[in-house]
Design a protein around this ligand. Structure first.
Ligand code: ADP
Length: 401
């Protein structure tokens, strides 16, 4: 009996529960602030709005109710008909989800994760859509930052690999040059020695015709040039491996420069090379052979880069606590833009024509390294078309022997 006594009572209770549930659901939806949750009618007009929607999109309920939801889309998306496409897809397939840029009331954009669900009546008629949107801008930006970081790392890795490749190519080149210089040294020495022997014997025994004597002299001078280049390359190899050492002893810089100037006299045709120095010695602690090499290099450059001839001075003087050598020429000079690079390996100034004045661009590099090993400095002053001065300074050796 009880079960049929109050049939409406149960029905009432369940209707109440349903209404209560619905209300609670409404309250819940309204309170959610992380998500924009709202309903659209079948044409896409906004029917409900919640706190989250207001927070994310910036519109109050009064501002948006009745408006078309394309309000939140970018002009590009509106242009391409995206809002209508979304509704059509959701109606056809029941739901639609995507991530994309949306626009807030203030015009700023945010990265939205949006899902839309079609709502149907029991008879299958479309009643509208439920929309849930979340602002994922921070995640998106973090992802983009991560992506940028990844790209930067990749770029760095690629750069490192390229650098390593270049360094290994340079090492290979240096190794090749070192081996070549070593291999050339022995045959060159024997060539030079034999030619000098022939010349001496020919002169002593008068067995050489004038023509042959000149021929042998050409062999000697060319072999000597080759020998100088090979020695320079070996010096560079030693510099790189830290094996180039200087044996320093007290020596008179004036006497040394004078010797170099005297030795160069026999080969001069177009140039005049003069020594100027003090009457008293200027002592430095130096490796005589290496300092002679430095001076020879500077004097030979002065000759080489004054193709029209001219006056070259080798001046030795005291400069404060330093002994100073200045080699000055009246040659072609050096353009200002080349001056800072002149002592770099393989560097040649832009005003030299390789076909007319040959060179490897390593002489001054070795000069600088040798002077640095002596605790000194080398500088250049020049005016293009007027001439150059190379200034070497070495610490004076104060305790006079
Ligand atoms: P190389 O003479 O073999 O080229 P160096 O290292 O001796 O090598 O000289 C480097 C460059 O410096 C030369 O190529 C030249 O451009 C410039 N240079 C050196 N000495 C002089 C000089 N006295 N006058 C003008 N330019 C010079």
């Amino acid at each position: 009996m009880d079960t049929v006594e109050n049939p409406l009572g149960d029905a009432h209770r369940s209707a109440d529960t349903f209404a209560e549930g619905n209300e609670r659901y409404q309250l819940l939806v309204e309170a959610v602030s992380e998500y924009a949750i709202y309903m659209l009618d079948p044409t896409g007009r906004i029917r409900t709005w919640n706190t989250g929607a207001e927070r994310i999109k910036g519109y109050t309920q009064n501002e948006v109710l009745g408006q078309h939801f394309s309000l939140f889309f970018t002009p590009e998306d509106i242009q391409s008909g995206k809002p209508a496409m979304i509704l059509a897809t959701a109606a056809r397939e029941g739901a639609y989800q995507e991530e994309g840029w949306r626009v807030r009331k203030d015009g700023s954009r945010f990265w939205a994760s949006a899902s839309i669900t079609a709502l149907f009546a029991e008879n299958g008629q479309l009643r509208g859509f439920g929309k849930v949107t979340r602002d994922m801008t921070e995640r998106k930006l973090a992802e983009e930052q991560r992506e940028q970081l990844r790209e930067r790392e990749q770029q760095l890795r690629a750069e490192r690999a390229e650098r390593a490749l270049m360094e290994s190519a340079v090492r290979m080149r240096d190794m090749f040059l070192t081996v070549l210089a070593h291999e050339l040294r022995t045959p060159l020495t024997s060539l030079l020695g034999t030619a000098q022997l022939l010349l001496r014997r020919g002169q002593r025994e008068k067995t050489l015709s004038e023509k042959d004597r000149r021929g042998v002299e050409v062999i000697i001078s060319q072999a000597s040039r080759l020998n100088t280049m090979v020695s320079l390359q070996l010096d560079i190899s030693r510099l790189h491996t830290g094996q180039l050492r200087v044996e320093r002893q007290p020596l008179d810089l004036g006497a040394l420069a004078y010797q170099v100037v005297e030795e160069v006299q026999p080969i001069l045709t177009l140039h005049t090379v003069r020594y100027r120095g003090p009457d008293t010695p200027i002592w430095v602690a130096g490796d005589a052979l290496r300092l002679i090499q430095v001076l020879q290099n500077l004097v030979q450059n002065a000759i080489k880069y004054s193709p029209a001839g001219g006056f070259i001075e080798v001046l030795v003087e005291r400069y404060d606590t330093a002994a100073q050598i200045i080699v000055t020429d009246e040659g072609m000079g050096i353009p200002p833009s080349d001056l800072p690079h002149l002592f770099q390996r393989f560097y040649r100034a832009s005003n030299v024509d390789d076909r007319q004045i040959s060179g490897l661009g390593v002489g001054l590099y070795v000069v600088k390294e040798l002077i640095m090993l002596h605790g000194g400095t080398v500088e250049v002053e020049s005016e293009e078309g007027r001439g150059s001065s190379f200034i070497v300074r070495l610490p004076v050796f104060e305790i006079q022997p």
